[in-house]
Ligand binder design. Structure first.
Ligand code: ITT
Length: 198
């Protein structure tokens, strides 16, 4: 049995405004009092794990210990099979110090070159941690293909080059509700809710 969220305050252990916006919207129906990691002055931890799940747990544990509150962290990224799974857990780093995802998307395209295999998927690992170190973990993915040039200014990160399977719109062209119906983050979130909130 998963440990249940006890209600009340939940620290959102992310410094990424795009993620914070999406997780805030996904949490809205559950009457959770969301506290931003930035507002508590929590530092951005070094992501030393070798998987999405390890990094999510690391970020959630640190935030829960520092705040003495339950904390939810998200580690996510774009995996491209033709690039051996890159940028993968390094997705944020490909944006460089300026978090320039125009540059990161151009780098994906440059490395793919004339490769015919344009498949890609997003992964989202969520970790809910308690101050005593307990962690509940969930993962979601969404399959798609990469398009050039990037399309749309909605969403964040790599959304403008990601065309989810079965859609004619990239994540960058989709309003938030449409992305939430199919995204990796929403899939992981449904599992979290079923185990810890329902
Ligand atoms: P925190 O660790 O503070 O949460 P971060 O941006 O460093 O923020 P990650 O290490 O998990 O987070 O990196 C995830 C990157 O993957 C993120 O910066 C985006 O570029 C990309 N990414 C994740 N989810 C995405 C989504 O739904 N749409 C587009 N890009 C996404």
């Amino acid at each position: 049995m998963a440990r249940r969220f006890p209600g009340g305050k939940l620290v959102l252990a992310t410094h990424n405004p795009g993620k914070a916006r999406e997780i805030g919207a996904l949490l809205a129906p559950f009457g959770v009092e969301v506290v931003a990691a930035g507002a508590l002055g929590l530092p951005e931890p070094e992501e030393t794990g070798s998987t999405f799940a390890e990094n999510a747990a690391l970020k959630a544990r640190l935030a829960a210990a520092a705040s003495a509150l339950p904390a939810l962290a998200d580690d996510s990224g774009l995996a491209v099979p033709a690039l051996g799974g890159d940028p993968g857990i390094h997705s944020a780093r490909w944006g460089g110090p300026d978090k320039d995802f125009g540059r990161a998307m151009a780098e994906v395209e440059r490395r793919l070159g004339v490769t015919a295999d344009r498949r890609a998927y997003f992964v989202c690992a969520l970790a809910l941690a308690w101050p005593d170190g307990h962690v509940e973990a969930f993962e979601g993915t969404v399959d798609g293909t990469l398009v050039v040039p990037p399309r749309g200014a909605l969403g964040f990160g790599y959304d403008p080059i990601f065309l989810p399977a079965g859609s004619t719109l990239t994540f960058g062209e989709m309003p938030p509700e449409a992305k939430h119906a199919i995204s990796h983050r929403a899939a992981a979130f449904r599992r979290l809710v079923a185990a810890c909130f329902a």
